[in-house]
Design a protein around this ligand. Sequence first.
Ligand code: HEC
Ligand code: HEC
Length: 282
Amino acid sequence: MLLLVICLFSARAEATEQEELVARGDYLVNSMVACGNCHTPRGDDHEPISDMHLAGAFQVDRAEFTAYSPNLTPDHETGIGAWSDEEIIRAIREGVRPDGTVIGPPMPIRVYRDMSDTDVRSIVAYLRTVPPVKNKMPKSKYNIPLPESYGPPVESVPDVSREVTVAYGAYVANALGHCMECHTPLVKGSPDLARLGAGGNVFVKPHGMELVAMAANISPHLEQGIGAWTDEEIKKAITEATSRDGRQLQPAMPFYWYQQIADEDLEALIAYLRSIPPQSVE
Ligand code: HEC
Ligand code: HEC
């Protein structure tokens, strides 16, 4: 009898742990991580198509590459349903598929390497729960050499304590949200970390829209960056796509998902943005 109670109790504890993982993964994927900004196709209105959630999308067509973001739903044939958890984790953090091939840009593998074990496991647990969609995506074509690897195997990454601290904000802005990947000038395809947050990257026809957007300076420079902005103004830019002067902000920033970022996570993010060196462009 006692044994039965213990067994039931531990089965229940496992179920709860799994539920917590899925809930965390759901929150991450549908807020600051925004995998769907690349992996969910958009309709004629340029909004993500809800019943094609994470089912794969045309990414970008440039001289360097024509990239397609693959289907991440659990469909066995056209998605990643047949991959093991470890295989999906390796794809996200190391950029290597089960067949050993390397995943190319713009998937931000460099920053995903720092995703904690708990968070990457949560994301995988959540991906298992999304409805499978049959959607075969074409292969990307790269006219540039892909890196042989993004670094040594990622063994284990500890959690960063979820608090309103610069450390957690740094984790949100890099490993989770890849804000700094878009907002830092690229040199030979890699962000120039000496100019962290200085902006300048240009997005041509983001999400198929007839426009060109340039990533803003989000360092705390008083005139050129966001140093003079209030916390509320910064939050409004991130979650409502409205700049300080009232201008509507353009993609490719993942505004559709950023509406869901929790307030404490925004506060940590802002503490981090205020802590980086101010950047100016002459
Ligand atoms: C900035 C765009 C972008 C973001 C954000 C992004 N990806 Fe990707 N992802 C891509 C592209 C493009 C490829 C395909 C690259 C290639 O063809 O080599 C890819 C490939 C993959 C693959 C390999 C799948 C296969 O069948 O080969 C997996 C798994 C994956 N992404 C998962 C994720 C997850 C999970 C997230 C969120 C944590 C994410 N990606 C965020 C663009 C992105
Ligand atoms: C896919 C690339 C991309 C990602 C990811 C991204 N941004 Fe942006 N962001 C942009 C672009 C492009 C603009 C400029 C839009 C415009 O001018 O219409 C912008 C604008 C902004 C602005 C408004 C600045 C101003 O002067 O109005 C802020 C603040 C900002 N981003 C912060 C962030 C933060 C914080 C994150 C991460 C949570 C983030 N961004 C992630 C591309 C990106």
